[in-house]
Write a protein that binds this ligand. Structure first.
Ligand code: ATP
Ligand code: CA
Ligand code: CA
Length: 400
């Protein structure tokens, strides 16, 4: 399979930044600290809780010598993120190896519209995203609620965040780069054949790729969606319950513009990428089919840690193909065709740190002049959550 992104090696424009990040993480995670407790004091969440460390080129009492220009490294609420990593059962040594080990990070060609950069660790476990200052503010503001939410709801679909940092370049070019480290939702031992970023709004929610350019790495959107997802009853009930809890949380925190990211692996697909529906002549036992056995060597993943089925990860399910009639191309949900496929699904809620700020309010105001206000992604958090859920509950259903 094709690995997404470009490896950052010497000479890449963000090579130094990657080294800064790796030095910083090694310092933050490796620093001696008292045993991590999950019972945190309110003070740990204080926005003033941050540690600046200077990394001079020649090294210091606390930092190793390095080949980059001098920089400063900031850890936001370090005690909280240590607790989050413990809660999410991340071993500090493994975490450090994933991010700072021998493998380089891969830079994904800006998948979003916000201008953030994304990096993927060599082992595919973590995604690193550059953040706007406003997003950092929102996250710090909601950190206490986030911590309680992920602690109370083991099966939450809300994305797992492991660290929040800032690199300040102190050389001739002064600039600050803020990073968040999160789990890669679509990390899989199977090839992900389709990925959908779903919001429940329609305006502009379509890929700009042509039919022939669409491949495994294309991020498809609401108006590209040509499936409904069928979960077994017990999973479906849990899914609905959890989406409600997660949306209540996001609504209370007054954020919006988040998506449900869905990744699908088709069990029966030809080598040229044609999907084979269940019960069709060619289905099962056909040598031309791509094997569903995990392609381990290819992804170089550790099999011990994979394979557990949980809500939103590695879930066996079925999908039904839908089509939009020409007169209904702007309908979010197409008509069912009866064509069913066996799949493995991955999903979770991402990009949760946008608040309904002045920019989003203005975006809503000016787009409303020309378009149906309910089709615009930027709406008040309460409306956003309602529309998001209504949509999700239309495209996910119980498999009977
Ligand atoms: P915008 O604000 O324009 O929506 P953004 O720059 O904030 O974009 P995101 O929405 O966070 O970017 O992510 C863009 C894409 O990157 C997603 O659609 C998804 O395909 C991928 N992505 C983001 N976060 C993750 C994650 N944790 N795991 C896997 N893929 C992710
Ligand atoms: Ca987004
Ligand atoms: Ca965003």
């Amino acid at each position: 399979g094709k690995r997404p992104g470009e490896s950052i090696s010497r000479g890449h424009k963000n090579y130094e930044l990657m080294l800064n990040l790796q030095l910083g993480i090694r310092h933050s995670v490796g620093r001696p600290a008292p045993a991590t407790s999950l019972e945190l004091k309110a003070a740990a969440f204080d926005p003033k809780e941050k540690i600046w460390t200077r990394f001079p080129t020649e090294g210091s009492k606390y930092t190793p010598p390095h080949q980059c220009c001098e920089f400063k490294w900031k850890d936001y609420c370090p005690v909280v993120f240590r607790a989050l990593r413990k809660l999410f059962q991340v071993d500090p040594a493994d975490y450090m190896i994933s991010i700072c080990g021998n493998g380089a990070l891969r830079e994904l060609s800006s998948p979003g519209k916000s201008g953030s950069f994304f990096y993927l660790t060599e082992d595919d476990r973590y995604m690193i995203k550059t953040m706007k200052k406003s997003e950092v503010k929102v996250f710090i503001r909601m950190l206490f609620a986030y911590y309680n939410h992920v602690r109370n709801f083991e099966n939450t679909l809300v994305i797992k965040y492991y660290g929040l940092h800032c690199v300040k370049l102190t050389g001739p070019i002064q600039r600050k780069v803020r990073f968040i480290i999160m789990g890669n939702l679509l990390r899989s031992e199977y090839t992900i054949h389709r990925r959908f970023d779903l919001k429940g709004s329609s305006l502009g929610r379509i890929t700009d790729k042509s039919e022939s350019e669409i491949d495994n790495t294309t991020i498809l959107k609401d108006l590209d969606l040509n499936f409904i997802f069928k979960l077994q009853k017990s999973w479906f009930d849990e899914f609905c319950w959890q989406i409600d809890r997660d949306c209540e949380f996001l609504e209370q925190e007054r954020t919006m513009d988040y998506s449900l990211l869905v990744g699908i692996h088709f069990k029966e697909i030809t080598s040229s990428g044609e999907l084979i529906p269940c019960g069709s002549q060619t289905s099962s036992g056909n040598n031309a089919n791509e094997s569903t056995s995990p392609d381990m060597e290819e992804n170089n993943l550790d099999p011990k840690r994979l394979g557990a089925v949980k809500l939103g990860s590695n879930m066996p399910a079925r999908v039904e193909r839908t089509i939009r009639k020409p007169e209904a191309v702007f309908h979010l949900v197409g008509e069912q065709t009866g064509e069913i496929y066996e799949v493995i699904m991955y999903f979770g809620i991402i990009d949760i740190l946008q608040d309904y700020d002045i920019t989003k309010r203005l975006e809503h105001a000016y787009k409303s002049i020309q378009y149906d206000p309910t089709s615009i992604s930027a709406v008040d958090p309460k409306q956003y959550s309602k529309r998001f859920r209504d949509f999700i509950f239309k495209v996910f259903c119980e498999d009977v």
